[in-house]
Ligand binder design. Structure first.
Ligand code: ZN
Ligand code: ZN
Ligand code: ZN
Length: 131
């Protein structure tokens, strides 16, 4: 028996919302969100995401049981009704595809607000993306 809490990544992500102040992408969260670019605070809520979070089904990491999460926030803790294992549902990691302007290869990246430099693994060109 290990007492390490296992984590399962949620499949449900909140929508992409841009900061009303500076148009940068906000983190994929709900609630009071601070823009990492301009520090403006926005109150973001999205009922369909909350409903999908409540209804999301995950399989227990320890037994074959499928569980309905039943909680409208991420991260959250869940106890398996079959084997009593407690585990954590972590927020979904949103990825987007951008194409390299030089060789057009699609890169799957985790968007972070603001401007950042990417190095294409195929042609080693560097380019900037802004979210
Ligand atoms: Zn902003
Ligand atoms: Zn279980
Ligand atoms: Zn490239």
């Amino acid at each position: 028996m290990s007492d390490e809490i296992r984590e399962i990544e949620s499949k449900v992500a909140p929508p992409t919302i841009n900061c009303p102040n500076c148009e940068s992408m906000l983190p994929h969260e709900l609630g009071e969100i601070t823009c990492v670019v301009c520090s403006a605070i926005s109150r973001i809520d999205h009922k369909p995401t909350r409903d999908n979070w409540i209804d999301e089904k995950v399989s227990c990491p320890n037994c074959p049981k499928i569980l309905r999460v039943g909680v409208d926030e991420r991260p959250c803790a869940l106890r398996c009704s079959g084997c009593e294992t407690v585990f954590k549902i972590t927020p979904s990691i949103v990825k987007v595809e951008v194409s390299c302007p030089s060789c057009e290869r699609q890169l799957r990246i985790r968007p972070r607000p603001g401007r950042r430099r990417l190095d294409c693994p195929a042609c080693s060109e560097s380019f900037h993306v802004t979210f």
